[in-house]
Write a protein that binds this ligand. Structure first.
Ligand SMILES: [Zn+2]
Length: 264
């Protein structure tokens, strides 16, 4: 009997040790993988995409301006540099960074672009600057595994608006829900949707619930997108974690999701 208990305790001890080692191994591998990226791809003329571990960052050139949409999960900027090289520029060439929201996995490399203006919804400013914890719990925990430096914005986005860049403009659309300060950006026929919208089996779906601050609000934001977009045209939607829809059918796909948002 005593032998059995002893063996039981030993097995429990080994299992616990295995769990600790597995968790530790996972943390170590995630910290290595965060520096990786897939080859940079030109999504459409002048718009580039780099996949950094599990997050997407995008870049676009307009005249002498270089714009980024999100900044990945690598504070050392490996994916950022690859993206910028494909665009024939470097960190100091970046003039504007538009952050779809303040979660750690979208902002990491922003401080490396010393000359860039950093645009972010004001409601996420404290989270990105790490004056407030990342919310909700899942990103908060993951940010402990993959810590990022504080990111201070230079240009708070207060409401829906447009910023001109040469003969083009960035349309900024508030879509609170995933985080309070989540925004979508429309530029050059691409709607950068951050984590509000996902691509799944060729269709659009709502961003993940466990990483979302207010899922009901996210759905309301999606339901209101048609009104916000008005007559603005786009051919592609680029997401925070699943790349972009094929050129062409994005408006139809979004209509579909908007209908689902209205009836759920
Ligand atoms: Zn997020």
């Amino acid at each position: 009997m005593a032998g059995k208990t002893h063996r039981g305790r030993r097995i429990l001890g080994y299992s616990f040790l295995t769990l600790i080692l597995l968790a530790g191994g996972m943390v170590v591998s995630m910290r290595i993988l965060r520096h990786g990226h897939k080859p940079v791809e030109e999504v459409r003329a002048g718009v580039f995409r780099a996949r950094n571990f599990f997050t997407e960052l995008y870049g676009a050139r307009v005249g002498d301006k270089v714009l980024l949409f999100d900044a990945g999960v690598d504070p050392e900027g490996g994916a950022l540099d690859a993206l910028l090289e494909a665009m024939h520029t470097d960190r100091d060439g970046v003039t504007d960074i538009f952050l779809t929201h303040g979660h750690f996995d979208h902002i990491a490399a922003a401080p490396l672009c010393k000359k860039a203006r950093i645009h972010l919804g004001i409601q996420d400013a404290d989270m990105a600057a790490q004056k407030a914890p990342f919310a909700p719990a899942v990103p908060r925990l993951l940010a402990r595994v993959l810590p990022v430096p504080p990111v201070n914005l230079t240009d708070a986005i207060l409401q829906k608006g447009e910023l001109p860049f040469g003969d083009k403009q960035v349309m900024m659309l508030p879509t609170p829900g995933h985080t309070p300060g989540s925004y979508m950006f429309l530029f050059s026929g691409v709607l950068f949707a951050g984590d509000t919208i996902k691509i799944s089996d060729g269709k659009l779906t709502f961003g993940d619930k466990p990483t979302c601050v207010d899922f009901a609000e996210l759905k309301r934001s999606v339901a209101g997108l048609k009104a916000q977009l008005g007559t603005a045209k786009f051919e592609q939607i680029c997401t925070g974690h699943q790349g972009c829809t094929p050129v062409g059918d994005a408006a139809g796909l979004l209509d579909d999701l908007i209908e689902r948002a209205k009836h759920s």
